[in-house]
Ligand binder design. Structure first.
Ligand SMILES: *Cc1c(COP(=O)(O)O)cnc(C)c1O
Length: 375
């Protein structure tokens, strides 16, 4: 399941998600056969949107689904801020995030402007953004819920009110953390969530946008569908970012099993905590509920990260720096204008993603703890 590498022979893969089985999908696929509707907000997509809204405790329509988290980000940036303008060419975002945040902003014509994160929160601070010297040139601010940490609406609503700068929250990895606190995390600022297979709740590829501002949500739907609203005429900047009925089938079957899935992932977090408790590990274990249940991280001690990596490699344990060394270290974004990024520079190499699967064996967790304890 390695995206950018080959799993070591007999090694432990860093992530092994489990989506619904063929049997689980069959009733939904049969409905597609009967409906003969495959796309364009068919009945399964519509049902998924209604059920997701209910999961947040909100009335439909507050959620729309998309082909991927990245497509959802593009559609939401276009609907909220429009494409970049000459006087506001920048999308302000943290350097500590997954590439997709910057990829989506570039697709809307923005230059990513990379800002540093708070050392405790690992996220942008709205107060600091409010005082940012470049704010007059920023067309959209994209705070990111680092490793699924929940982002509160309140400080960003306040920033938007005070400065008029549109905000889109990239909460791509936050599905489970948002469910724990929907009142705090959801509201009139649009929130983008990835439904990628590697996140806690997956449709394979997929995403969704949650927003209690009905007009803005309608604009997002339009931006995800060629800019069409009632007529088949493009009225606004857009893409085709719609989810297909087949992905919605996976989503509905995933939702049927959600309590089981999140239960299993939280159990893995508890078993990781128990195994690391008292073990002389060179760092701090970071698991759910501190981050999303799709991550088990070791925040390694300063200066020890490369030795930890070496130990894991030697032990045949796959690991991942989910955000690389920060966006500014990636060739595509290396030239992006940026602030001093000392916190990102310090944190990114020290945050090491450890193996995770809903059915991760006790024996595997013990092997990881043992390897790190002896490294
Ligand atoms: C996963 C992720 C995305 C991208 O989502 P896709 O569904 O893979 O397109 C964007 N931002 C962050 C922070 C993510 O973790």
């Amino acid at each position: 399941m390695s995206k950018d590498g080959v799993d070591p022979p007999n090694g432990i893969p860093v992530l092994r998600p489990r989506l619904p089985s063929a049997e689980d999908l069959l009733p939904y696929l049969r409905r597609i056969d009967e409906n003969r509707v495959y796309a364009n907000w068919g009945p399964l997509v519509t049902e998924l949107e209604v059920r997701l809204s209910r999961e947040w405790g909100l009335e439909a329509p507050t959620t729309t689904v998309a082909a991927s988290g990245t497509a959802a980000l593009v559609g939401t940036i276009l609907a909220t801020a429009g494409p970049a303008r000459h006087d506001r060419p920048y999308a302000l975002m943290p350097a500590l995030t997954f590439s997709a945040t910057a990829v989506a902003a570039e697709l809307c014509g923005y230059r990513p402007y990379l800002s540093d994160v708070d050392p405790e929160e690992w996220m942008l601070s709205a107060e600091r953004v409010a005082e940012h010297p470049m704010l007059d040139h920023v067309g959209v601010v994209v705070p990111v819920g680092a490793f699924g940490r929940p982002v509160s609406q309140e400080p960003w609503l306040d920033l938007r009110r005070r400065t008029g700068v549109p905000v889109v929250i990239d909460a791509s990895a936050s599905f489970d953390r948002i469910l724990d606190a929907p009142d705090r995390c959801l509201g009139r600022i649009p929130v983008v969530i990835s439904l990628h297979a590697t996140k806690t709740f997956g449709t394979g590829e997929g995403g969704c946008v949650v927003c209690t501002d009905g007009e803005l949500l309608a604009d997002v739907v339009r931006a995800l569908n060629y800019g069409f609203s009632s007529r088949r005429e493009s009225e606004a900047p857009s893409l085709n970012g719609k989810m297909s009925e087949y992905s919605a089938a996976v989503g509905l079957a995933s939702l049927d099993r959600w309590p089981e899935t999140i239960g299993a992932l939280r159990d893995v977090a508890a078993r990781y905590r128990a195994a690391f408790d008292g073990a002389a590990v060179p760092g701090r274990l970071v698991v759910s509920p501190e981050v999303s249940a799709c991550y088990a991280l070791l925040e390694s001690t300063r200066g020890q990260a490369s030795q930890v990596e070496e130990t894991l490699r030697r032990s045949g344990i796959d690991y991942r720096h989910w955000y690389g060394d920060g966006l500014h270290r990636q060739p595509q974004f290396a030239g992006a204008p940026r602030d001093d990024l000392s916190t990102t520079e310090d944190l990114a190499p020290r945050l090491i993603g450890l193996p995770l699967a809903p059915d991760l064996a006790d024996e595997t967790i013990a092997r990881v703890a043992r390897a790190l304890g002896s490294g």
